[in-house]
Design a protein around this ligand. Structure first.
Ligand SMILES: Cc1cc2nc3c(=O)[nH]c(=O)nc-3n(C[C@H](O)[C@H](O)[C@H](O)COP(=O)(O)OP(=O)(O)OC[C@H]3O[C@@H](n4cnc5c(N)ncnc54)[C@H](O)[C@@H]3O)c2cc1C
Ligand code: FES
Length: 262
């Protein structure tokens, strides 16, 4: 982990309320593992001392990028950043996704900007599998060509039917599992809203299949000191607290007490 002054290389809206911010950050970019995140100090937002966490979407040589959705004060203000300006980032943070286990077939499941945490998994995996992308509408389905260019099959679902199959991402997953699942030994890599994580974890448990889930609990410090981000995980017959920013954000889905996750 290091604190680095990054320089904006490119910054533009991509679709709907999503933006792509590419920055030069050689120190952080060199160490990134899939599923890790950076903690960003939003410039021009001096009254807000808290940094904002974002998954590292891509890391190429000395640069890295994040893909973020405008949801509030920080992400709205971030959009003012112009190429050449600098911003303070802390990273790479957290425990990311492991490599796909030997003999398993990787299955990525993403809701909305969840695909940002999965791009490096897709890029670095020696086995190219299948990716399920879901969202409310077409505006929430991002970067399908980028995943396809890496050799992944991408299946899209939207709740309003504006792109791909109408329904939930887990509907498409269920259909695929019934059709092809038994021919593979799926291993799930999941990032998205809590409900989607729970639904994917339940399917993994029912089918006794390994699953790795990235939670995006609200964060304060991002480095394990404030306990803002804790969730309950199993500890033998009992449970204990784990910090999403340090022990996560990626957890073995079997370890999380899903019924307790906010
Ligand atoms: C490990 C991790 C990785 C993340 N990766 C990405 C990413 O790649 N792209 C991206 O767009 N966002 C990502 N997020 C979420 C992002 O951090 C929040 O959207 C951002 O901090 C909101 O800041 P804000 O000041 O704009 O919103 P605020 O003004 O702080 O909040 C606006 C609204 O967003 C909600 N909100 C705030 N933080 C979160 C959160 N963590 N999850 C869900 N809702 C939240 C608030 O409850 C509120 O309703 C990630 C979060 C975590 C913890
Ligand atoms: S955000 Fe402070 S401990 Fe995790």
């Amino acid at each position: 982990m290091q604190l680095e002054q990054a320089t904006v290389i490119a910054h533009a809206p991509i679709q709907g309320s999503y933006n792509l911010l590419q920055m030069r950050a050689p120190g952080v970019a060199a160490r990134v593992q899939p599923g890790q995140f950076i903690h960003v100090k939003v410039p021009y937002l001096e009254e807000c001392i808290l940094r904002r966490p974002f998954s590292i979407f891509r890391a190429d040589g000395e640069s890295l990028s994040i893909l973020y959705k405008d949801v509030g004060k920080g992400t709205r203000t971030l959009q003012y950043l112009e190429p050449g300006e600098s911003l303070s980032i802390l990273g790479p943070l957290g425990h990311g996704f492991p490599e796909v286990s030997a003999g398993h077939f990787p299955v990525l499941i993403a809701g909305g900007y969840g695909m940002a945490a999965l791009y490096l998994v897709a890029q670095r995996s020696p086995v190219k599998g299948v990716a399920f992308f879901g969202g409310r509408s077409a505006q929430d389905i991002l970067c399908v060509p980028e995943f396809e260019a890496l050799g992944w099959k991408v299946l899209v679902t939207t709740e309003d039917g504006s792109l791909g199959q109408r329904g939930l991402v887990t509907d498409a997953l269920d259909a695929w599992w019934a059709r092809e699942g038994s021919a593979h030994s799926p291993e799930l890599f999941v990032c998205g809203p809590g409900g989607m994580l729970k639904a994917a974890a339940r399917r993994a448990e029912e089918r006794n299949c390994p699953a790795w889930t990235s939670v995006d609990n609200n964060m304060g410090c991002g480095v394990g000191a404030c306990l803002t981000c804790v969730l309950k995980v199993k500890d033998g017959e009992s449970w204990t607290w784990a910090r999403a920013c340090r022990e996560g954000p990626v957890f073995n889905s079997r370890d999380i007490l899903w019924e307790e996750l906010a």
